[in-house]
Design a protein. Structure first.
Length: 455
């Protein structure tokens, strides 16, 4: 008789708490529906099949998205088979640490090595299916060559440096150079076309994103993380450098490619070679470059260097090893093959000793008074500088015939004014510099966006 009220009570509490849970769920659902809007559209720039290991092929799509707050399910449909897809932000968080609300991301799936890649490829998101074109398929391991990837340039007009940069890496044994171009002066654009015609350079047109939600301008530096991942996937070399137009990686006593091959042989765990960045101050060389025969490269023989003021690195990656890359290093590495399988060690970074090679950062806009320059030190070798000069002369003999006005109006200071680096602000040059830069030079914008898929 004493137990009954208790059971009764328990039933009562169960009832009350069930009702409470129900009410809570209704409120939660209501709040969820109110506060979390449907995920906004996303943009896919390119997609790839790539080698991961002898038993796994990767699928990867690179793109941009506003932060995705609602759960959604993704899959890749390849013929009849369905593979789960995961989404990862390339700057680790959305919004990223600088507050950009559009961020670079990748969609990835892993496929068995014997999958037939020559079938229609379909992306499935929740209930909707979209057929996609594969930009490039490279399921085989990459075995040789060094490719150079240059992050998107914008409002770039120092055409002399195109020759300097390309010839510097050509001499060091680069197989191919991919230059991502968002906007450049007519002279730079035409100079790039010469190198494209030679077959050494591929210009990847990297357009401003279409206005989706009216907010796509909020992508950090035109999406340099996505561009570098795109280049890692697109390029064909075993080694891939991810640099800017003012990063001159240079090994002192041995050819760069031979050095990479030798070091990899000694240490098969290397995922990326990290080169210390060293600032090199240079005198401004912009403005009136009409008398091109008077342009000389002897300033590259030595430079006023500051090797303590920038504790950062530029990387050359072994192509199939990083999962994704950023401007200075890999985001993550795949695991090395071995008996531990999924529990095994990852590939790792290798710090290149400064005595072997560094990444020079020659800047004419360097603010000497703000940096601790150490005084003049040797920079490029005489052979290298002479080689650059000779190539420059032969290119310019033709180029100057069709380009009588070789002026490059100064832009570096203006760009530092309207586009300063600030760790707490999303850098969006086309918003903050458009008016400032509009009439400074004859700009060509990458504006072809038919390959972009808005989902
Ligand atoms: C540029 O320099 C050349 C010779 O070096 C000179 O003849 C020309 O007038 C200059 N042009 C401008 C716009 O200053
Ligand atoms: C040469 O080009 C610059 C910049 O594009 C321009 O400001 C200048 O007026 C041009 N000079 C001549 C002589 O056309
Ligand atoms: C794209 O750029 C090219 C070269 O600057 C220009 O001729 C063309 O009109 C532009 N197209 C659009 C749609 O803006």
């Amino acid at each position: 008789m004493k137990i009954l009220p208790l059971v009764y009570n328990n039933r009562f509490y169960v009832l009350i708490s069930s009702i409470a849970v129900l009410i809570y769920l209704c409120i939660f659902e209501y709040l969820w529906a109110e506060d979390v809007p449907p995920n906004s559209p996303m943009i896919i720039v390119s997609s790839y099949f790539h080698y991961i290991s002898d038993s796994t092929i990767g699928f990867q799509a690179v793109g941009f998205s506003k932060c995705r707050n609602r759960p959604e399910s993704w899959a890749l449909l390849l013929g009849e088979r369905r593979y789960p897809i995961s989404l990862e932000y390339l700057q680790f968080a959305c919004p990223n640490s600088m507050g950009c609300i559009w961020v670079d991301y990748r969609l990835t799936a892993e496929l068995p090595f014997d999958v037939d890649l020559n079938q229609p490829t379909v992306l499935v998101r929740d209930d909707s299916e979209t057929k996609i074109e594969i930009t490039a398929s490279q399921p085989q391991k990459r075995t040789k060559g060094l490719d150079i990837c240059v992050a998107p340039i914008y409002y770039y007009n120092f055409w002399v440096r195109i020759v300097e940069f390309v010839e510097l890496y050509r001499q060091q044994g680069a197989s191919h150079i991919y230059i991502y171009v968002s906007s450049a002066s007519k002279l730079v654009d035409d100079m790039l076309k010469i190198y494209e015609k030679q077959g050494l350079v591929t210009v990847v047109r990297w357009p401003e994103l279409p206005k989706v939600d009216g907010t796509t301008e909020s992508v950090f530096r035109l999406g340099q993380h996505a561009a570098m991942l795109d280049c890692l996937m697109r390029s064909k070399g075993r080694y891939v450098a991810t640099v800017d137009m003012d990063d001159y990686i240079f090994t002192r006593h041995q050819n760069l490619v031979e050095y990479l091959e030798d070091e990899e042989r000694k240490n098969p765990n290397i995922g990326s070679f990290e080169f210390h960045m060293v600032h090199v101050a240079q005198e401004p060389r912009e403005a009136n470059l009409t008398d091109w025969r008077s342009i000389d490269f002897s300033g590259l023989l030595q430079g006023d260097m500051c090797d303590k003021c920038y504790g950062n690195f530029k990387a050359i990656h072994i192509a199939n090893r990083p999962v994704f890359v950023g401007p200075h290093n890999a985001g993550r590495y795949y695991r090395r093959p071995g008996f531990l399988g999924a529990l095994g060690w990852q590939y790792e970074e290798f710090l290149v000793p400064k005595s072997v090679g560094v990444s020079h950062h020659p800047r004419y806009a360097a603010r000497r008074h703000e940096l601790d320059f150490k005084g003049v030190q040797p920079f490029l070798s005489k052979e290298m500088v002479n080689g650059i000069s000779r190539k420059f002369t032969s290119v310019m003999e033709e180029f100057s015939k069709t380009h009588p006005n070789l002026t490059a109006p100064p832009v570096a200071e203006r760009m530092m004014g309207c586009n300063p680096f600030n760790p707490n602000a999303c850098q969006v040059p086309y918003v903050t510099c458009r008016n400032e830069m509009r009439n400074v030079d004859h700009w060509i914008f990458a504006n072809e966006s038919s390959h972009l898929l808005v989902l």
